[in-house]
Design a protein around this ligand. Structure first.
Ligand code: ATP
Length: 251
């Protein structure tokens, strides 16, 4: 367990793609054991913020510390990047499973290659986490044989095999048929109850309301409001948040 006090600290971070300023000076903190939902309209920078947290994107300006690793610099060394990718798991909208590998092979690959586990140790780990997401019986299936909800549960189990301290979820249920959303949210809810630090970019306001400790509302690359899910979703202070929520029929 890393002893750095907060899981993620970000101060005045900025990120541009060419002339497009996507993050325009964002400051905040994710505490250990906290579940934070990041909400906002399409294109406001939610995914970019999340991707900065595991260095899929590099910030242009500001200070960013993730699990004690300083990501403020434009260059970090290979050891730090490996450490970061081990400690911070990420689940994507499109699952990103390897189609040519079985479920078991998808789960055991990183523990073997990155953590140096033996095939037996990694298979044990995989079994443990497949059990946790209710898919032990699918170990020898291939991704194409699974439903979207099952694929996403496999993707979560795959991340958990690395024993991460922080989990990032980028719209994990957006690509799913509505009837499959619940099974994925349930797994996430269980992780949250076990104390996992989670940052979740989501359009699922019910999940935000029921599971998130805190909600951050982004608009055009700035944090417009943040607070408890109850405060932010029930008593929006700004017109921008009111309009966003009314479009989703939340308020
Ligand atoms: N690699 C990139 N190169 C150029 N522009 C990018 C890149 N990634 C994101 N953008 C742009 O940055 C802006 C913010 O994108 P981002 O994906 O962070 O938004 P979002 O809030 O997650 O949106 P959505 O809810 O639709 O996923 C968008 O205008 C997007 O087109």
């Amino acid at each position: 367990m890393n002893n750095f006090p907060s899981a993620i600290t970000f101060e005045n971070i900025e990120k541009s793609f060419g002339s497009l300023k996507v993050l325009q000076g964002i400051t905040g903190e994710i505490n250990r054991g906290e579940v934070v939902a990041v909400i906002g309209s399409s294109g406001c920078g939610k995914s970019t913020l999340l991707r900065c947290f595991n260095r899929l994107e590099t910030i242009n300006h500001g200070r960013l510390i993730v699990n004690g690793i300083d990501l403020s610099q434009s260059e970090i060394n290979y050891t730090q990047l490996r450490e970061l990718r081990t400690q911070v798991g990420m689940v994507f909208q499109q699952f990103n499973l390897f189609p040519h590998l079985s479920v078991l092979e998808n789960l055991t690959l990183a523990p073997r290659k990155v953590l140096g586990k033996t095939p037996k140790e990694s298979a044990q780990l995989a079994g443990l986490y497949l059990e946790k997401v209710g898919l032990f019986d699918k170990a020898s299936a291939y991704p194409e044989q699974l439903s979207g909800g099952q694929k996403q549960r496999v993707a979560i189990a795959r991340s958990l095999c690395m024993n991460p301290q922080i989990m990032l979820f980028d719209e994990p249920t957006s690509a799913l048929d509505p009837e499959l959303v619940g099974e994925v949210l349930q797994v996430m809810q269980q992780l949250a109850a076990e104390g996992m630090t989670m940052v979740v970019v989501t359009h699922e306001m019910q999940f935000a309301r029921e599971v998130a400790h805190r909600v951050i509302f982004l608009d055009r690359g700035v944090v417009v409001e943040q607070g408890s899910a109850h405060e932010v979703l029930t008593y929006p202070q700004s017109d921008r948040l009111r309009i966003f929520l009314s479009r989703l029929n939340v308020v």
